[in-house]
Write a protein that binds this ligand. Structure first.
Ligand code: 5GP
Length: 191
């Protein structure tokens, strides 16, 4: 997605050779027009998969997931990272190791929002080691719902998450794939 590559090149800050900061349009300040175009691109790519719900995790997955849900006309569920006091019925829980925070966090999703009749599209902002995606796919599997695939805004292709998920036979669609992060430049995988 050319527009997204340009935004990353113009505004992305390379924090280290592994971490990219894009808080001017995705992770802190959010650009609604760009999010709309990202949602439209995911909706186009998954149009034939009969998606019934989108699943993401708070907080940075919500903006692209919501726009995708708007354009596919389906509800958006976000996994919570704490058990809310209002969640009194059953819930799925998965532990994932957060790459950016370097700590284990919980993903919590109420059981009643996922049924075996659902086909789920998982959306996330970044794909690094694939931990968040693994936690969300585990929850989908336990619910009996089908998985249409995983849509990622920015995949860091030099980290193992994408390969691990694709080896499991899962469809992973990334809007941009980064080959290398360095203070002197950001290189994308040619595709
Ligand atoms: P994974 O679970 O695939 O190892 O990491 C994905 C999660 O970590 C994403 O949900 C994202 O919030 C965060 N993350 C991983 N790498 C980066 C990065 O380079 N920049 C930012 N801003 N977040 C990242």
């Amino acid at each position: 997605m050319e527009q997204l590559k340009q935004r990353i090149l113009n505004e992305g800050i390379v924090i280290s050779d592994e971490i990219l900061k894009v808080d001017s349009f995705l992770n802190h300040q959010i650009d609604p027009l760009l999010m709309h175009d990202i949602g439209a691109e995911f909706a186009r790519r998954f149009a034939r998969r009969r998606v019934t719900k989108i699943l993401t995790l708070e907080s940075s997955g919500i903006a692209p997931a919501l726009m995708t849900g708007l354009l596919l006309r389906v509800p958006v569920i976000f996994a919570k990272k704490r058990i809310p006091s209002t969640l009194t019925q059953g819930f799925y829980r998965a532990s994932v190791f957060s790459y950016t925070k370097q700590e284990t966090t919980e993903l919590i999703v109420a059981e009643r929002f996922l049924t075996p009749a659902d086909t789920i599209l998982i959306i996330d902002d970044f794909l690094a080691n694939g931990e968040a995606a693994r936690g969300l796919t585990d929850i989908v599997t336990r619910s009996g719902a089908s998985l249409a695939g995983i849509g990622v805004v920015i995949e860091k292709a030099f980290q193992p998450g994408g390969a691990l998920l694709r080896e499991r036979g899962l469809r992973v669609d990334s809007l941009v794939r980064i080959r290398r992060l360095a203070p002197d430049g950001i290189e994308f995988v040619d595709e």
